[in-house]
Every structure is written in structure tokens, then in C-alpha cells.
Ligand binder design. Sequence first.
Ligand code: SF4
Ligand code: SF4
Length: 382
Amino acid sequence: MPKGHPEGVSAGHPGGHPHANGLSGSMARTLEDGSPSCKLIAWEVTRSCNLACKHCRAEAHEEPYPGELDTDEAKALIDTFPSVGNPIIIFTGGDPMMRPDVYELVAYATGKGLRCVMSPNGTLITPETAQKMKDSGVQRCSISIDGPSAEFHDDFRGVEGAFDMSLRGIEYLKEAGIEFQINTTVTRQNLPYFKQIFHLCEDLGAVAWHIFLLVPTGRAAQMGAEVITAEEYEEVLNWFYDFRKTTDMHLKATCAPHYYRIMRQRAKEEGLAVNAENFGMDAFTRGCLGGTGFCFISHTGQVQPCGYLELDCGQVKETPFPEIWRKSEHFRQFRTKEEYDGKCGVCEYHNVCGGCRARGYSMKGSHMAEEPLCSYTPRRHK
Ligand code: SF4
Ligand code: SF4
């Protein structure tokens, strides 16, 4: 399943989305020219995948896709990463393990001092490949589990046996000494099982559990009925805030930018300062990092704000990646509050949230539209 999203070191979500796995990227906030430093890059090293998940943003299939960067092009791209900061690199897909040279690329990036994580679907992990990951320098893997049982998960993933194969893959990761996090996409179908999924993550020994709010794009565009309402999201995110206190596992709400508004509202009610001591890295991050601290690079080299938003911000085969990161017009928009439409443009939580640009695009037709699944009314709503 394709991935592509940001943070710490979330090992990313299938979809090329941020949230690296608890490791933090460069602490420098800006580059010499004033552009924000890039904290996290989700790189879709291949779009090929052996599964056919219902919510796959890339609508991936098993066959090779034309136009993938070859090994030399991929290494040349890695060479450019350190000049946008000290980003964590999420090797994502498709399933990154479908690419035979992926370990060579991870080792190359590790050799450049970059922190590397991987987001395979888990079904292809064997003792040998887990060891190759370890040897190449993979620091964390994210594995997606969307239901508490094989029956539920396999139906969601579109492959019988996927649940057991992913669990077996997790055991191999553990044997190789690679930490792992579980990613779960929130849908109407699995919401009633959230506590069970949480306990499964704890029992498996995950270091983190990241929940992802569905972005109706790619195959998930047909899953409109699975998208929960703004009010339900408010409830889920409040529940998540409370639940976070009950475990040592790192819980993170990803692509749910308004969680960072809720976190601050709740902290204020409880008289808690939003600082590292009380909230860890969550105290410093932003809800949507697309274009401001994170970006996605497709299998063909197209740079996008994230994997769910196919906005062409530049092509690394034509323009050096650091130039795209610094100068893309779309990224400039994402970095400018006045460019945001509707309530997200005037919201007092804009700087810590920003609303999901991909949901704005897929549900309201503009990447600068207000977040459709936030029920908050800012004080200065126009
Ligand atoms: S646009 Fe949405 S899906 Fe993309 S990084 Fe931002 S919150 Fe996540
Ligand atoms: S209105 Fe927009 S910026 Fe404000 S909390 Fe909601 S999604 Fe975030």
C-alpha cells in the first residue's frame, strides 16, 4: 500500500504522508534563504505493491510502473537531501520492498548521515530481508493494521492472509532488532474496534500507534460512506487525547491536523502547558506539514506536498530537488497564511494546524480550501 506522510520518524503511511517514527529531524527551523527546513521526506521508491488495499491513494498494483528513477538517478537524488536540512527519509511505496535495490539506497542514504525508515506492508518481510534492512540502516518500520482480526484486515487490504503475513513480518523485524510502529486508517467500519486494535499494538510491542484520517483520494475516493463526519472526528480525536495518557506507546494522530487544535484546547482546560515534558514532540509539530516541513517524491520524481495530494510542485529529473523545495509556487502558498481560504485562513490555530489540504482538494475542489472535516468555528471566521 502506498504511503507518504510526515513526522518525528513516523515510518509514514501508505500514501506518502508525514510522521516519521518518533525520531526527530533537524531542529534548525529555516535554511539560509529563509525557507523552512525540510524535516521529513516520504519517497515512493516504487509504486508496485503486492496488495490491493481499498484505501490505497496510489491505486497500486503488482506490475512494475514505467518511469521509476533508476539506481543512479535515485542516488543522485539522495545526494541533494542534506541541503534542505537534515530530513528523515521514509522509504515508501507501493511496497518499497518490491524494489530490489532498496537496501542499497537505504545504505547509501544512511552513509550520508540521513535517518532512514521504511513503510512496507509487512507481508514480504522474511528473516533475510529483515536482516538486510537492519544492515542497511533502517531505523524503524511502519506496518499498517486496520482491524483487530484477520477477517477484518484481510477484507480491507484485499488479500486473504495479509493479516497473518503482516504479523509474521513484525516478528521477523523484532528478531532483527528493528523497532516498528503500527499505522491504522480510521474508517466508519473499524472505528468500533479501535480499543481492540490499540491493545493488539501494545501486545505486539509496537513503539508507536499512528492513526490516519482517511483522505478520499485514489481508491479511497469510492469509500465516501466510510468517511466519518466532522463531529465524529472531534469525538475520536478527543478520545485519542485521553487515551494517549494510558500508555507508554507513542500515540499520534496523522493527517488529522485539527488534533493539534484539540490538544491545545484540552491542555488549556486542564491547566497544562504545551511543552516537551507534557506532550513530547507533539508540542512542536504542526498538524499538516505538507510543503512546510514535509514533502513527498513520487516514483517518477514528481515532488508533491504529500502522497494524497498530487499537486505537481516540480520534477527532480528537471529541477534540483532543493530548488523545488525552496521555490515551488505551491509550497510558497502553503507557507503563507493569507493564501488559505475560509476558516483555515483566519483560524487562531492556523500555525499549529493548517487543515488538510488534500481533503480540501478532494472534497471541496481546491488545495487551499478549508478543512472539510473540522467542526471548529474560529473567532474571526469571515
Ligand atoms: S494535506 Fe492532508 S494528507 Fe497531506 S500531509 Fe497535510 S494533513 Fe496529511
Ligand atoms: S479551522 Fe482549519 S486551521 Fe482551524 S482548527 Fe479547523 S482545520 Fe485547523
